[in-house]
Design a protein around this ligand. Structure first.
Ligand code: SF4
Length: 468
């Protein structure tokens, strides 16, 4: 998905910028980038791959070259950014959390106007540079941002570092968040509200859908009103977000706990204990334990001293090895027990299948899997969700193919909780992954757990619903 952080300050801002961006590291694994207007007026940039190392490790060496009062940064799951631009709007740097589903046709429009692209992302159009080209259509940043929002299919949240301050603009449907914080003499803007806490900022407010503001050390100036219709990504609460973050005032840890509690209350398994598959199932398993009145125990643990995060291994064999090595089954708790394991989602299912096999080998009597979200049936057209490239990456679609001979038949039926097709699909996944039982949460429970009106939340990947 990716995350953004920016600072404007009367004092030097580099330390806040460095740690603020670093606190978004859970949102992306591909690249990181910083852009700062230095005290001498120069715009300095730095971009590194994060595939094999952490943001802090990669950017620590660059810190001496940054020395300013305003800067933006990004953890990107896709293209290299920030992009530096010089146009009739002035000099600026821009970074984004977005996906442009119609990138090819928009890029073609730009080229047919005789304009050029100077950056490429893995050989294709750099989406952030394309956005800059769309913004440059306007006579002002405000006009250009609205123009870009009207053209882009997907989603687009951005920070623009200008000589006058930082422009923060949230996606027109508010699919991804932006929140502003303040402390004496400084403002920050972030994707994750929890990124600013240790830096001494207090939460000012979240931007609304489609809203844009100019942030300077002197205050926040409105540029565009929040006229879009909120359709915030529900997967932020289920999977992407850090548990200490809140979106639309709803805390991630609380929503995950609610998801577990609702499932626990509705479950009919009399298990001996419930355990998370760490770290993704942690909050949910606590909630499940409360809801089902089953003891919470750590029946499998992540070896955090050396596996705090998995970097992108080069090949599938190494990926499987890493997945296996970082989790240690607590076999002392497993022998002969009826166990419920909680996880946030099933994407491909390969890792879960391996885990179930390992639990059994270590003596688990019964393995029941509970998944925090509904089955992922539809690829995400709005965010760079890594498994969205091909529908067949989803275990659901491969199962539908197994049942129907093609992966895209009766999708509405398969996505409808409790329907005959849904039950057949879940049973086939259970049997293929060799679990004693498998249950997913319903979309209704997702909406209840988050607590916002259904029409304000995107649940497209579960039920195929679109913008309202
Ligand atoms: S389709 Fe899924 S991942 Fe994409 S924005 Fe909607 S809820 Fe989020």
């Amino acid at each position: 998905m990716g995350g953004l952080f920016g600072v404007v300050s009367k004092e030097k801002c580099i330390t806040d910028l460095f740690y603020g961006v670093d606190y978004h590291s859970h949102l992306g694994t591909k690249r990181g980038g910083l852009a700062v207007i230095n005290s001498d007026g120069m715009l300095k940039r730095s971009i590194h791959s994060l595939k094999q190392s952490y943001f802090r490790v990669k950017f620590e060496q660059d810190l001496p070259k940054f020395d300013g009062h305003m800067g933006i940064g990004v953890i990107s799951d896709s293209e290299a950014q920030p992009i530096a631009v010089h146009s009739h709007l002035g000099r600026y740097a821009i970074c984004t959390v977005m996906k442009i589903s119609n990138i090819d046709s928009l890029a073609q429009d730009v080229l047919s106007e005789g304009k050029i692209f100077t950056e490429l992302s893995d050989g294709s159009t750099n989406a952030t540079e394309l956005l800059a080209q769309l913004i440059n259509h306007g006579d002002s940043f405000a006009q250009g941002i609205r123009y870009a929002q009207s053209k882009i299919e997907g989603s687009c949240t951005m920070l623009i570092l200008t000589d006058d301050g930082i422009i923060a603009a949230r996606d027109y449907y508010g699919r991804t968040p932006l929140v502003i914080g303040s402390k004496e003499g400084a403002y920050c803007v972030a994707s994750e509200s929890c990124s600013m806490i240790n830096l001494g900022y207090d939460l000012e407010r979240e931007l609304g859908p489609g809203e844009a503001v100019l942030i300077t050390p002197g205050g926040i100036k409105p540029l565009l009103p929040a006229e879009g219709r909120l359709h915030v990504c529900s997967f932020l609460w289920i999977y992407y977000g850090f548990p200490a973050a809140s979106y639309e005032g709803v805390n991630v840890d609380q929503a995950r706990r609610n998801l577990g509690r609702l499932m626990g209350e509705q479950d009919d398994i009399q298990a001996d204990l419930v355990s998370p598959i760490p770290d993704s199932g942690n909050c949910m398993a606590i909630g499940y334990s409360e809801g089902a009145r089953v003891p919470f125990r750590n029946a499998v643990l992540k070896y955090t001293p050396t596996w705090p995060r998995s970097f992108m291994p080069i090949d599938q064999t190494t990926r499987s090895l890493v997945a296996k090595m970082k989790l240690i089954p607590n076999y002392g708790l497993m022998k002969g027990k009826k166990l419920v394991f909680c996880d946030d989602s099933i994407v491909r299912g390969t890792q879960l299948r391996d885990n179930v096999e390992i639990f059994r080998r270590h003596g688990a009597g019964e393995v029941h899997i509970r998944i925090s979200c509904p089955p992922l049936v539809y690829p995400c057209p709005y965010l760079n969700f890594s498994a969205s490239k091909s529908p067949l990456e989803f275990v659901t679609r491969r199962t539908i193919e197994q049942l129907e001979g093609t992966h895209d038949k009766n999708l509405k039926e398969y996505a409808t909780y409790g329907s005959p097709c849904y039950c057949k699909m879940v049973e086939a996944i259970r049997s293929n992954l060799k679990m004693n039982s498998l249950k997913f949460n319903s979309v209704d429970n997702v909406v209840k757990a988050i607590g916002l009106p259904k029409e304000c939340i995107c649940t497209h990947c579960f039920d195929g619903s679109g913008n309202n």
